[in-house]
Design a protein. Sequence first.
Length: 326
Amino acid sequence: MGARIEGIGAYTPSRRMSNDELAEFLDTSDEWIRSHTGIGYRHVASDDEAASDLGAQAAKVALDRSGTDPESIDMVLVATASSDYVGFPSTACIVQNMIGAKNAAAMDIGVGCTGFVYGLETAKGFIASGAADRVLLIGSEVLTRIVDWTDRSTCVLFGDGAGAAVISPSSNGRGILDSVLKADGSGASYLAREVGGTRAPFKLGHSAERDLLIKMEGQSVYNFAVPAIIEVIQQILDRNRLTIDDIAYIVPHQANRRIIEAAAKRARIPTEKFYLNIEEYANTSAATIPIALNELYERDKVADGDLLITVGFGAGLTFGGNLLKW
Ligand code: ACO
């Protein structure tokens, strides 16, 4: 039994922050951010919105489009690096209650920006085993609440948003055809929130507040990401006996336009094969891939039967990709 995306949806907060706005309180410029990252704007959640709120909004779109009754969902998966609460309860449980998926099990997927890629294969596994018939997979992030707004090398990169997919059984050869899932924990320190967990609990008077926030070794992440993207794409093409000409679009995690351009150049893939919308949304971690898939769908850029490759990389370190037949 295969599994396919039956409905896709997305939600991004209406508040749109430009690079020029950042330059009002940070030593940066629209020119620097655009030339080093490709980012022009990011969307910012309102004070009363958490990851579950954005995720539930995206989920409603995906449920509506697929004509799915929330009560028929067997599993809610939320991929997030900015969960409502630290550790528990899971954001998936909050979403499950919000959307009335009262017959569903619920759990979070914590693999940073590769969350939606891991989630697609996880959903497929539940469906193939018979443990679930319909899975709701969400990538949702409110990263603007966990960035250090005084650190110009990280805060300019991130934004908020959510994407969701209803995944259901497929027997006609369409759907999630293959996945490559990888991890390299030796790079765990490259992207971390160092304080607030059991390794280094927050201690009033001892912990610096900024250590609760995202810290990143930008250059190390960059150096890891470029070969990771190439490796995943090549592995998917090779083991499915495909060439890049068979692929309609590669939908990459949108972290930095320069990372994609460097990978495209090194792998001799035209940059236009990569679907990019980082200019509008910046890096929304586990949400970038479903937001981009939703945009492809809404703009009629994918037809039934088209082959797509998703490719993600992020904290952990983790990386991977999926081959999808739309
Ligand atoms: N505005 C102006 N100047 C800046 C800014 C900014 N926003 N940020 C850094 N600079 C300065 C630095 O201070 C440095 O100045 P100096 O030379 O006087 O010391 C100079 O720009 C160059 O800094 P670098 O860090 O070398 O800049 P680089 O070209 O490497 O770009 C960047 C930095 C954009 C962070 C890049 O390394 C990158 O994209 N890395 C990958 C990041 C990433 O993908 N993260 C997320 C992936 S995983 C996930 O999504 C969770």
